[in-house]
Design a protein around this ligand. Structure first.
Ligand code: 8YV
Length: 329
């Protein structure tokens, strides 16, 4: 039997599926420290991760390892150059999380625009004594302009929902999407600068790469309207969190919604002192159905990549399919 490591606690029934094919070392405890993660991979043929960093040193210490299946669409925790050099396959879990994540983007954007978290904290603190015409005035979504940075599958799902809110959709992406998608979404392609100047609500849905580091920093925040909101459901590091704290404090922008943070699960402590930001602990894909679908897809990828099950040799979501069939180096 081939051997795998499941690096994180996941649904027990998914572990049972994996046990039909593999000898499974399952970490049911806290996130493995890097040295223990590396040690437990030493004799493994495959691994199932969820954001655990895998680079050249980890791969070199695991000479049998042929596939690492990430339970996430984002795979910035993988050093893909190292995967390619070692002929190790990486897989991810796209599509199954599109709608839940898009829903959550809206939830955060609406909470930020309408000051839901801020007013709830105030109410819970026992401060509500009377109605006031100017209590927690926010910004409208209906009829406003939505700016989507990153028009991939999740960005498109998010933009599709804007129709019911009669919003104008503008977007920026590495490249323009197909004309029929632009037409369906009624979305206008603009430069990043234009988007920041024009949008009432900016949502970030782009992958984290070196080029996207601090896509939104002080200069970009300075372009935004004072009434605008910024929502990040993509990755920590795409926003310069320290610059965002300043922009929120000085009311350079009205509010923000953040599900991801630089250095998470730790976050810039100043964020906790700013009232006009809604903070959630990286849960945009966290519905029961979607997390189950992600876990099962991660298992499907691992089973198939290791030559087992009905799709043996044809994993559904290879990131670097060119290494399939090559000997490990
Ligand atoms: C994951 C995510 O749950 O899919 C992604 O890229 O950000 C989340 O859905 C998280 O990354 C854990 O792997």
């Amino acid at each position: 039997m081939q051997k795998i490591l499941v690096a994180r606690p996941i649904f027990p029934d998914v572990i049972e599926r994996l046990k039909q094919y593999f000898d499974v070392d399952w970490n049911q405890g806290d996130v493995l420290p890097a040295d223990e993660f590396t040690r437990r991979l030493a004799d493994r043929d495959g691994a199932l991760t969820a954001g655990d960093p895998v680079g050249a040193a980890v791969l070199a210490a695991a000479p049998r390892l042929r596939v690492v299946s990430n339970m996430a669409v984002g795979y910035n925790n993988f050093d893909m150059a190292a995967f390619n050099a070692a002929n190790v396959l990486g897989t991810n879990t796209p599509d199954v999380l599109n709608e839940s994540t898009a829903d959550f983007g809206w939830a955060l954007m609406m909470a930020a625009a309408r000051r839901i978290a801020e007013s709830e904290h105030w109410l819970r603190a026992g401060k509500w004594e009377k109605w006031a015409y100017d209590a927690f005035l926010g910004g409208d979504l209906y009829g406003s302009t939505l700016g989507v940075i990153g028009m991939g599958r999740i960005g498109q799902a998010l933009a599709r929902r804007a129709k019911g809110f009669n919003m104008q959709v503008i977007y920026h992406n590495r490249s323009r999407v197909a004309p029929e998608i632009e037409a369906e979404l009624n979305a206008e392609y603009v430069s990043k600068q234009d988007l920041l100047r024009r949008a009432d609500h900016v949502v970030l849905v782009l992958p984290y790469t070196q080029e996207n580091h601090h896509t939104i920093g002080a200069a970009e925040l300075a372009l935004m309207k004072p009434s605008a909101t910024l929502t990040n459901i993509a990755r920590g590091g795409i926003v310069d969190d320290a610059a965002l704290v300043e922009a929120l404090r000085s009311k350079q922008i009205a509010a923000a919604g953040l599900d991801v943070f630089e250095g998470e699960p730790k976050l810039n402590p100043d964020l906790l002192t700013v009232p006009n930001v809604v903070l959630t602990p990286h849960i945009a894909s966290a519905t029961e159905a979607t997390r189950r679908a992600m876990a099962n897809l991660a298992a499907d990828n691992l089973i198939a990549a290791l030559g087992e099950g009905p799709r043996a040799g044809r994993p559904p979501n290879p990131i670097n399919p060119e290494v399939i069939g090559r000997a490990r180096s």
